[in-house]
Design a binder for this molecule. Structure first.
Ligand code: PMP
Length: 390
């Protein structure tokens, strides 16, 4: 069989088991999307604060643009001619927000996760990751020269056992976790991991705040702020492409680590920098982030309402965030529920293996501060009806 025929066979198989992925062109209208003439509340976006759909913000930003500063390309990497003054402004602001020495911005959260670990983790390193960390972290770990093991999702006892067993054998151990898990919507217990770091000495903590940055913490800095452990974490990473309505990834860290990454991190060195226009938009939003408390509070309230309404449905793991999963089990079941909810005006997609473990296909409801209480009540009612086959 030639390669193309084997690709075709695999696609046929993916379709048969309900795991075929496809693209869905959508028009956007605030918190709604339009597809084939149907208007649906968008529950599949990571626009958690509702900033991406806020036309007022866009209008205010457009007022600042001139033909001179409207630069759509950096035209080279940061290390060549792509390091515009605004890059330093964004990084200084970020470092200051966290009270850390330095920050470095990357082209995306994916670049961040595939680049940082291979740069920091050499031969004599063990990376210990939560079983459910994002694919980009797994790819970064695979690209590194470090030894690697995983602990059961959120199982602090198992993590402690691994550290106890291994800490004397390696120069450094990097514990890699997400703060809010993208597919389960639950939170890591960062203070417990920080206690282990203090105990073992050679442990460094890498936390990906992709789904918490902007959303959690008094100033929107994420779970590390909410749990009061910013200063104990070595590598706090985040993305601008979700709550911040922009694009890019970042790390806040020490000055030495920043300089080391500039010299050793391949996706940073070998890729064209983000366009200056994008840096301007990021800066514009970052400056307002701490004052977006009302949006954070409203989102937390909406999330509590949905979780409470679905509690009796019995299939929701007890999450405490704006990401609310509904377990379906088999992929075809998740696909059926998603289709029925779309028909009823709710744009939700099935999340299937390999994104989640086999047998745990689900719907993932991503809430946004641009939604209204009555839309969430209506959503909850429809979810229960679809689940009960009404
Ligand atoms: N980390 C996590 C936990 C993610 O969920 C994602 C994207 N879904 C990324 C990193 C990648 O970020 P980006 O979309 O900015 O590439």
């Amino acid at each position: 069989m030639n390669a193309i025929s084997s690709f075709e066979n695999e696609l046929v198989h993916l379709r048969a088991v309900g795991n075929l992925r496809s693209l869905h062109p959508l028009e956007h209208d605030g918190p709604y999307v339009l597809q084939h003439g149907r208007r649906m509340l968008n529950l599949s976006s990571n626009d958690y604060l509702g900033l991406a759909s806020d036309e007022g913000l866009r209008a205010a930003f457009l007022d600042r643009l001139t033909p001179e500063n409207f630069l759509m390309s950096a035209s080279s990497s940061r290390l060549l001619a792509g390091d515009f003054p605004i890059c330093g402004q964004v990084e200084e602001l970020l470092a200051g927000m966290y009270g850390k020495e330095a920050a470095l911005v990357f082209n995306s959260g994916y670049h961040m996760n595939v680049g940082i670990l291979p740069a920091l983790a050499g031969d004599n390193t063990l990376i210990v990751a939560d079983k459910l960390v994002h694919a980009s972290l797994i790819d970064g770990i695979r690209l590194s020269k470090a030894a690697f093991c995983r602990f059961r999702h959120g199982d602090m006892e198992q993590l402690d056992m691994i550290l106890e067993r291994s800490h004397a054998k390696y120069r450094q151990i990097i514990v890699a976790v997400e703060s809010v898990y993208s597919m389960d919507g639950d939170k890591a217990c960062l203070p417990q991991i920080c206690d282990m770091k203090r105990h073992y000495g050679n442990v460094f903590i890498y936390v990906d705040e992709a789904h918490a940055f902007g959303v959690l913490g008094e100033n929107g800095l994420g779970l590390a702020e909410e749990q009061g452990c910013i200063h104990d974490l070595d590598y706090i990473c985040g993305t601008f492409g979700k709550a911040l309505a922009s694009v890019g990834g970042f790390i806040v860290c020490s000055r030495v680590v920043r300089e080391y990454l500039v010299n050793r991190m391949r996706p940073f060195i070998y890729s064209t920098a983000l366009p200056p226009l994008n840096w301007m938009w990021t800066l514009f939003l970052l400056r307002q982030l701490k004052d977006m408390k009302m949006r954070r509070r409203h989102l937390a309230n909406l999330s509590a309402v949905l979780r409470e309404a679905l509690r009796d449905a019995g299939t929701i793991p007890l999450t405490s965030t704006h990401i609310v999963p509904l377990l379906a089990g088999e992929s075809n079941q998740a696909a059926r529920w998603a289709e029925q909810l779309q028909y009823r005006g709710f744009y939700v997609l099935p999340v299937r293996p390999p994104t989640v473990p086999e047998g745990t296909a689900r719907l993932r409801f991503s809430l946004a501060a641009s939604m209204k209480g009555k839309e969430i009540d209506n959503l909850a009612q429809n979810i229960l009806e679809v689940k009960d086959g009404i």
